[in-house]
Each structure stands twice: as structure tokens, then as C-alpha cells.
Design a protein around this ligand. Sequence first.
Ligand SMILES: [Zn+2]
Length: 492
Amino acid sequence: MTTTAQIAAAVRERYEPVIGLEVHVQLLTRTKIFCGCSTAFGAPPNTNVCPVCLGMPGALPVLNKRAVEFAVLAAQALNCQVRETSIFARKNYFYPDLPKGYQISQYDKPLAEHGYIDVPSPDGGTKRIGITRLHMEEDAGKSLHEGFADSANSTAIDLNRTGVPLIEIVSEPDMRSPDEAFEYLTRLKEIILYTGVSDCNMEEGSLRCDANVSIRPKGEKKFGTKTEIKNVNSFRFVRQALEYEINRQIEMAEAGEKIHQETRLFNSAEGRTYSMRSKEEAHDYRYFPEPDLLPLVVSPQWQQEIRSRLPELPDARRKRMVAEYGITEYDAQVLTSSRSLADQFEEAARAAKSPKRVANLVQGELMGRLKANNLDIEQSPISMKGVAASADLLENGTISSKILKDLYDKAFSSGEDFLAVYEREKPQQITDTGAIENIVQEVIAANPKQVEQYRAGKTTILGFFVGQVMKATKGQAKPELVNEVVRKQLGG
Ligand SMILES: [Zn+2]
């Protein structure tokens, strides 16, 4: 099997990738889904355990109400229909880190179905990606293959994670490119973060993604045989893994080879996937209703109560912010990348005399500097409060935009917030007409050639004089005043 990542574009063109994603999200409850053990990450191995999550005979699960509320909230945010009665089911399989020999999940009656996420499409519009289902389940433990004295010969098991509450979000096979999959994941994570039901921390495993991918000749309706890529730990790697896997499948198809349904692992260092095992079918798991738990009933009233806690979601917020503050789509995108940032921006915009000016400064002065310094907006030395303060100083003419730029530069080089720099520097604008008149006189006297040009009708040269005066005053002269004085003295 060759593994070239590059396939002639003409060959690639003849095929259409079909991608579906399964995302596991850990819910931010304090305790596990069926017992009172802590869910805290990083505790010493096997300390957050009890007879229930260790699967001791006779220990019975009790469902965590908060976990249900979080799962319902996430389902509502993802436009799903929440089922009034859902059923927990046993998914039977053996795994060293699964002490019970089964996982409590949901099967044919999941908590929620028929949702969707709208993702931006390359043509500037949006594409709707369906969500087949969202169900609740417990997490398994963790097998540790390294970091111990005898790691070379044995595997250690940490059961702290066993029984931590998860939701699994299964998409429809609606995505047609790795980029679309990337967008879907980005939006999904953003929405979940807005609801506050998970921290979506991929390093700690709070968000995990499996990708199903197949190819088919363009125009073909039937799905090809899919492979599943397991547990890729960043969205970037998901995109890479999909790109690799699509090319691998196309090469096989071109060579007349059969694609096997299997689970594959992505090696990010090599940028390729490896076969792990042939894929199980649902019937291999011998699902049956969990006899130790009652059906889960989420009444319409309870659903309504949970819905009332749903915050304004990123898409709606972006649209409103574009309309309300006159900012661009792109800026709205950046400013809503986290809920706290959007809150900060809106607080600043509303507190300032001119919200539009705050928005302009964010677009015109802040974003460029952040990009140049390779900083995320969360790492900005200038807070949104600082931006609002600078907007007001500019608005009432206390500082010029030239001074503002200087202060922003200083804030970025010293890592201080705007007001701290402003208080120290206390830059004053020269608004004294007499002082400016003297400087304008000097500039005119020093540049007779330009004066001649101006009088000969080249009025655009006015800007040259204004620039010279601003330079002489280190940018502290009030530009409107300089303009007026220069015009007057040149006799324009
Ligand atoms: Zn427990």
C-alpha cells in the first residue's frame, strides 16, 4: 500500500468524501454520573472510586440530576428534540479499564435526536450539518502505558475516570470535506462552551472526537465502506487524519482494492493512520435496557425550565453584534470566540460614549497589534475596559488618534493596560491656537518650495504641512486645529 498524501487533483475530483463525526463531551458536574465520587481531573490514581464505579456486585447506580440537566441544555443548544422518556442501556464489552464488563449508555431511545449545526460554507453562505442523536453515558477508566518503572512490561489502570458523565454527539454523514469537519467541530465546541456544561479541554480529554469517513464516486448515492479514526486529540489533527484517510481510500479504490470496515489510529508525528482492529457492529455489543435504572423522564415542564437557562448562542450573538455595533462579521467572530470575551466587549461598548468607536478601535487598533504580536485576544495587554476608556478620550478630544496609537504601542511593549500607560504618560494635546500658529509659521518658512506649489494650485500639499506640524509637536497637536491654522496661513 502506497501512502502518498498527494493524489493527482483530477483523480481526487472524481471522488466525494463522506464524513460523520462522533464527539464525546465530559459534563462539568462535581460528581460522577451514577455515584458520589469526585470528577476532579488529576487526582492520584484510583482515589476517586467507590463500589458503584468499580462495578462491585450488588452496588446500584443512582442517576445524577445535574448531569441530566447539562445534557438537556446541550441538546437544546444543538437544536435537538429532547425525548420525554429515554432509556439507559448496557453496552457489553470487555476492556481492562471497564471493571463492570459493560458501559451504561443509551441505545435505541437516546436522550435527544434530530439536531443541527450551521457551519459557514466557502461560498459565504452556511451549510446545515445534521445531528443524529445526543445521548448520555458513563466514561471508562484509563489504561496507562508509560510513566511507570515497569511500563515496558505492564499496563497500569486508573479508574478515577470510570463513571464520569459524558454526552456523545453523533452527526449525520453530512460533511463532504476535512475543512467542513473542522468547521463543525469548531462550532460544536463553541456552542458547548457557551452553555457552560463542559470545559471542552482536549488535553484533559473533556472533548474527544472519532471520525467516520468513506469515499464514493461523485454522483453515486450509495455510501462506500467507512473507516473510523479514533480519539484524535486536536481539531487540526482530525483534519489531517481525514485528509490522509481520504487519499488512502482513493488510492485503494483506484488500484481496485477493497476498503475494509475498520478502526484506525492516527499517528500525528507521521501524519498517517494505522489499522487498529476490524470495526464492531452494534449487535456485537448485545445492548439491552439497564435493569438497575428507571427510564429517564424529562417532562416538558422540566425541559422548559432548563431551556430558560440557555444563554444567547454564538451565532445569534454575532448577528446581533454586527447590527448593534456596526462591526464586521470577522470581528464579531473573534469577539464571540468565548462568552466571557463577548461579555467584556459588550460591557465596554455599552459603557463607552460611542459603542461604534469602541468597535472601531477593536478592529482598527487592537486586532492588528494582537496579530503582529501573535497573541489571542484573551492575552491582550489592553483590556476591553481599556479600549472603552481610550475610546472616550478620543471621543471628547483629550487625545488624538496619533497619541492613542502611541499609547497602544507602549501598552503592548510593556504589557500594561491602556489606563496604566495613559496615567503615567499623561499626554496632553496642544490645543493652544497661539502655540500652533508659531509652529505653523516655522514650518511654512522652512518649506518655500512647497508653499509655491500650494499657491500654484496643488492643494493636496496641505497634508504635507499638517504632517510636518504633527511631527514637530510629536503628534500632540490637535489635527483639526492644525488643519485650520495651516489653511489660514497659506491663504487658502
Ligand atoms: Zn464512585
